[in-house]
Design a protein around this ligand. Sequence first.
Ligand code: OTU
Length: 631
Amino acid sequence: MARLVPNSTTDLIAATAAAEAQLDGEDDGFRERLAEVLPILHPLFAQLYGEREDGREALAAVVAAAARSWRARPTDLKQLDARRTQHPDWFLSEKMLGAVCYVDRFAGDLAGLRDQIPYFQELGLTYLHLMPLFASPEGNNDGGYAVSSYREVHPRLGTMAELALLAADLRKAGISLVVDFIFNHTSNEHEWARKAVAGEPGYEDFYLIFPDRTMPDLYEQTVREIFPDDHPGAFVQLPDGRWIWATFYHFQWDLNYANPAVFQAMAEEMLFLANQGVEVLRMDAVAFIWKRLGTACESLPEAHLLLRAFNQVLRLGAPSVLFKSEAIVHPDEVIAYISPEECQLSYNPLQMALGWEALATRDGRLLQKALDERHALPAGTSWVNYVRSHDDIGWTFADEDAAALGIDGYPHRRFLNDFYVGRFDGTFSRGVPFQENPKTGDARVAGTTASLAGVEAGDAGGEDRVILAHSLALSTGGVPLLYLGDEVGQLNDYGYRDDPAHADDSRWVHRPRRDEKAYASRHDLSTVAGRLHSRLTQLIETRRRTPEFAGNALAPFHTPHASVVGYQRIGSARTILVLANVGDSEVLIEPITLSGFAPAATDIVSGAEVRLSSGLMLPAHGFVWLGVEPV
Ligand code: OTU
């Protein structure tokens, strides 16, 4: 064995030879890509694994795996690779629309999901995130986020062959399949986990196992508790008395990426999924993948190096696949994962949380500040904007942004938690607390969009708030992502409390099964489902025919009203001006505020003419998407 040496030609020659052995004379562009990728991948490996004897072997093995995977890659996927290389900005189109669902909760199994493709087309979806569908332990498995095999679909849902067929069918329908790459941890039932615990050579070092509390105690001086309801700290004890790193549930064991064999093994799983037709990998819990004593063990520089290295492996073996970052952390950290070389897509947890913050406070200033100062992204990348996900809502805004508006972050978060879990007098929200930590006062909120927005409580503004929240996700830029069920106003499902596998995880309150009745009445305007569905689909259709909504670029637009959020999507021929009122009373936007635009404007949702010279009345929880021209 030899060490990786920065700039060493011997390393490059060894890696190239390993690839050649797999290519066996075939190419299809692989060699050209290898020539571009190796000078990037090799230094990344040297930085990550330079101290280890086996780093160099892992590099050669990874490159060989990519070559093998490329040879096995189905022709239609190679054609997709070629198309996407020609149009790398495909995901920035105004026609992009995403949705997310659990296979079992929405459609029973993969076959049932396939039957929903006509509905997905009716909605106009181009991106479908299926929640984790891999083999996982029985009982609580964190909604599938504890993976026992990345190569097996959970038998209850179907088979890997069915998943590949589904991916192809979705692709034919213009929909990109997105699945999670849960790469921070595996379940305790994964083959690697069993072998690691048994001390099988080659696997002892796949996880972080310590003989006693010495190291865990040291680490725990600086790491956060993520799921304190499950276990304190970041470690759990094994039956033999040793301690293993488990950031999330006790059955989710963190992988040890300081071991190059772990990178190699996971790169192979990633390439495998890419060849099933997965077009976007949602990179779960990216912030946690590297640990160093004395730090928070979150968002360390190596986490970025790892993502870059994984990305290069994809460039070799499955060039069209994109990464979506799941970092629900401080906005400075979220943005650091977004670049063409790292994650091309990212959840926008700040906009999501501040949309809710604005609705609770009836004050849009913190959201406006985020749109003004924290929305811009590098070229070739995009936000995924959403109203809520399968997870809790955490108040991840920057304290310094709040302070600039005279808001103290800590009590503000407490207020928001109280408001959304229904502990605040006069609240319209029916949420449930998630992972309340009495030690830190930290908590997060669970609930469906309709329940959090006031529909469940029967609040008069409930439906308007649901639409207003979606208007934000559909108009600020990037890929909008719907949680299926929200478009028909599904309410909280308290039944999770009776299911032993779910009772301790309140996020199940907002993961209801598909409500057949609500879907059946989606065209009936006398129902909540019908009204929400009709208003929402009208916005979706408007977005799709409005090229100004492509990409992420947004210019602020300020009014003198604290409850009004404003921004412009500037196109080549005209501008779309969006104004939204998060308050409970109507607001008149004065003519002077709008005097920079020609008096004749169009409400692009209804098609109505609007005379800006008379000012503009925004109803409570109301908004407009206006086609305007500068004077
Ligand atoms: C993710 O979320 C998933 O989205 C969750 O559903 C999983 O439970 C978890 O990882 C473990 O796989 O703590 O409450 O960014 O907020 O990664 C959600 C930090 C979570 C975490 C996030 C995590």
